[in-house]
Design a binder for this molecule. Structure first.
Ligand code: C2E
Ligand code: CA
Ligand code: CA
Ligand code: CA
Length: 275
């Protein structure tokens, strides 16, 4: 099947520019990879800052490419979004994450990233319902992470979908907070359960006073609105200490662990640190 897949590459028109051709190749490769089951959900622990306990894992998609090895999502998610393949990929991640989480201790949740493109698909609610039913996972253990770009598109339909998910018991997190345009108004448009403070603020915590001020403002905002705050990209103890001092609820980052396969979840639950 691999040889057949490669063989079709030569039918490209010679006029097609290199970038478009590379995209077409990647698209075909992605389709084949879905068929061959080459995708895998990796998991990164999220810890409660005060207690140090693992409260959740974020599912992060990886592609086990037979030739190129393990591929990170930045290399294929944009094309998967352009071609609509993200819908199938997203369903795969949802199903995997719910099935895996159903085997974890009951107080450990799972977070799944949703692409804006998935919100244009009328089957999103059905996919989430199916993943929960098939796995038997309690909806209250599932968190869905969205970026504010989701709210930029067709916002009325999107808000309806978000409220429906909420009504099912699923929690909604606002991812990459602080990187977009008018983040504060989004907090008023939907009652998010969690704000994820973007890694860029955390990585500059020790070196830039304005990053410190922003973290302080966001954690304060979370406290007054009753929204959990999670800091992303925590890489060292100094950052963790500053976050603790500011009352940030949760932390996630290489300090605790990189994303790892589902088979490593037990180890990540046992050991506070695993690089
Ligand atoms: P994200 O949702 O903001 O995920 C966090 C990213 O930061 C992950 O990169 C994670 O590996 C990385 N990270 C975590 N801790 C640290 C740290 O301490 N230092 C540094 N330098 N990086 C850290 P990853 O896995 O490469 O994913 C990149 C992005 O791809 C994600 O950003 C998300 O936007 C997207 N993505 C990943 N999986 C999925 C998925 O299943 N569906 C969709 N739609 N998007 C996904
Ligand atoms: Ca995320
Ligand atoms: Ca993020
Ligand atoms: Ca991000």
């Amino acid at each position: 099947a691999k040889a057949d897949g490669r063989g079709t590459y030569r039918f490209f028109e010679t006029g097609m520019d290199a970038r478009a051709q590379a995209r077409r190749l990647l698209e075909m490769d992605l389709r084949a990879a879905l068929q061959r089951d080459e995708f895998e959900a990796y998991y990164q622990p999220i810890r409660d800052v005060a207690s140090g306990r693992v409260v959740a894992f974020e599912a992060l998609l990886r592609w086990n490419h037979p030739q190129r090895g393990l591929i990170a999502p930045i290399s294929f998610i944009p094309v998967a979004e352009e071609t609509g393949l993200i819908v199938q990929l997203g369903e795969f991640v949802l199903r995997s994450a719910c099935a895996d989480a159903a085997t974890w201790p009951g107080d450990v949740d799972v977070a799944v990233n949703l692409s804006p493109v998935q919100f244009k698909n009328p089957n999103l609610i059905a996919s989430v319902t199916e993943a929960l039913t098939a796995s038997g996972l309690d909806a209250r253990r599932l968190e869905l992470e969205i970026t504010e770009s989701v709210l930029l598109q067709n916002s009325e339909a999107t808000l309806t979908t978000l409220h429906e998910l909420r009504a099912m018991g699923v929690r909604i997190s606002l991812d990459d907070f602080g990187t977009g345009y008018s983040s504060l108004s989004y907090l008023r448009s939907f009652p998010f359960d969690k704000i994820k403070i973007d890694r860029s603020f955390v990585s500059e915590l020790a070196t830039r006073e304005d990053s410190m001020a922003i973290i302080r403002a966001v954690t304060g905002l979370g406290r007054s609105l009753g929204i959990v705050t999670t800091a992303e990209g925590v890489e060292n103890d100094a950052q963790l200490e500053l976050l603790r001092r500011e009352g940030c609820t949760q932390a996630q980052g290489y300090l605790f662990s990189k994303p790892r396969p589902a088979s490593d979840v037990a180890i990540m639950l046992e050991r506070p640190r695993l690089r």
